[in-house]
Write a protein that binds this ligand. Structure first.
Ligand code: GDP
Ligand code: MG
Length: 439
């Protein structure tokens, strides 16, 4: 989706005055891009019509920057198409907030339960309980228990001989007594929507009156995702959608159809198999991303989730006072590692997606271990006073870490660059950062 749209936007962006012919050409590209992305035909038709109506307004064509105006209109309309504003989880006024999952088998319900519980625990400081409500698929309970262990979040189960409705009821009681403020009910899915599944989900809904019913939809299924969402919503009246596997969905069509087809907001997106790979869904940022305008806000949020606020403040102070050292460097290396592959992060910076092959940017864990070994061969004094590391110290460090002096030199160079970059960021100078990265 992005390539064609970005092409159209760029061609347009370069123009000064535009003619109706230019506009027609661009709208043709936009229309094709959306159809290729497997966006619902009617959604595309309405979208193009709306953009055209706004763009053909004579004020736009005669304005000083008509091309930019049209790009902005496309951006606005894409944002609207995806729901306009971010809609958050609605917490119950008296806890616990009960969140029930729904969706087809393999959509990512169980994974999302783990990811979201962990996300809200970290970001909203909630105390979650996971409930094993899928008693049909062998190993489903086990899967949730493993997730719970990995995330250090308790799992409520009554085995597979008690009905899911009963399990849900007892779990909510348990949560009330034990002071949990967030209950996630994982449920069974089917390969296709059928009546038994829907009846069970409706029964759970009636029994526990969930605050949220989150429909989990696999974005890679394209238009089918919108159809499935519509069918579930008609039966269950869901409160929101979680769009999973957005990492593998190169076409991005589901995100564009789902909201207009169901009228329900996409609240979160799953962007990978790792348990940290979940993001709040912001229509405007998604639109920016689709149009290749980058997405700094998500990047900053990602960083915030990993970097403790106090720690970030301490780090900023260090930058100001110029006392950033190798101990900080090693800490940040670990944090970067937790944020996910570097290439995914870089993609979020405006203009960075044009840098070419981002796959080269993956941090190699072996390389990382080696770097750590070098830093560990430094004395505490050296780590705190990087500028003291002269030639003879470098030789000693190389010997101590079974590396070459060249490797030590390279690391110190890298450290100095990182120090410069951090300093640029602390001073809010993103332009300098981009220049440094060659953007
Ligand atoms: P469920 O049957 O709906 O409970 O689906 P699961 O949670 O068991 O997920 C099915 C598969 O999809 C698993 O292999 C997950 O790792 C994978 N999965 C879930 N969410 C994502 C995502 O956002 N990105 C990717 N790449 N894989 C995902
Ligand atoms: Mg499951």
């Amino acid at each position: 989706l992005s390539d064609r749209l970005q092409g159209a936007v760029q061609t347009m962006g370069k123009k000064g005055k535009i003619t109706e012919g230019d506009l027609k050409e661009m709208m043709r590209e936009v229309r094709l891009a959306l159809l290729e992305a497997d966006v619902n035909f009617k959604v595309v038709k309405d979208f193009v019509k709306r953009v055209n109506e706004r763009a053909l307004n004579s004020e736009v064509l005669q304005s000083l920057s008509p091309a930019q105006q049209v790009v902005k209109i496309v951006n606005d309309e894409l944002t609207d198409l995806m729901g306009g504003e971010h809609v958050d989880i609605q917490y119950a006024t008296t806890p616990p907030t009960v969140i029930m999952m729904a969706g087809l088998q393999g959509a990512g319900k169980t994974t999302t339960v783990g990811k979201l519980a962990n996300f809200l625990k970290k970001n909203d400081h909630k105390k979650p309980l996971l409930v094993a409500g899928d008693i049909y698929r062998p190993a489903a309970i086990n899967q949730l228990q493993t997730l719970g262990q990995q995330l250090d979040i308790p799992v409520f189960t009554l085995g597979d001989q008690v009905s899911p409705v009963e399990i849900a009821k007892q779990a909510v009681e348990h949560a009330k007594l034990q002071g949990y403020d967030l209950v996630f009910i994982d449920t069974a899915g089917r390969l296709q929507i059928d009546e038994r599944l829907m009846t069970e989900l409706k029964d759970i809904k009636v029994a526990v009156q969930p605050n949220e019913i989150l429909l989990t939809v696999d974005s890679m299924t394209g238009q089918e995702a919108a159809n499935v969402a519509k069918a579930f919503d008609e039966e269950l009246d869901v409160t929101g959608v979680v769009l999973t596997k957005l990492d593998g969905d190169t076409r991005g069509g589901a995100a564009l159809s789902i909201v207009s087809v169901t009228g329900k907001p996409i609240k979160f997106t799953g962007t990978g198999e790792k348990l940290t790979e979940i993001e709040r869904f912001y229509p405007d940022r998604m639109s920016n991303r689709i149009l290749g305008m980058g997405d700094m806000l998500t990047l900053i949020e990602k960083a915030q989730a990993e970097f403790d606020e106090n720690e970030a403040e301490a780090m900023a102070a260090k930058m100001r006072e110029n006392t950033y050292d190798f101990n900080d460097f090693i800490k940040q290396m670990d944090q970067m590692n937790n944020m996910g592959p570097l290439k995914d992060i870089i993609k979020l910076i405006p203009g960075m997606s044009k840098l070419g092959n981002l796959d080269q940017l993956n941090i190699d864990p072996k390389q990382m271990a080696h770097t750590k070994a070098i830093i560990q061969s430094m004395t505490p004094y050296e780590r705190e006073n990087p500028d003291s590391i002269n030639q003879s110290r470098r030789r000693r460090i190389a010997n101590g870490s079974a590396s070459t002096v060249q490797e030590v030199n390279r690391l110190i160079k890298q450290f100095n660059e990182s120090r410069k970059m951090m300093s640029a960021m602390t001073n809010g100078n993103m332009g300098a950062l981009q220049n440094m990265m060659g953007g």
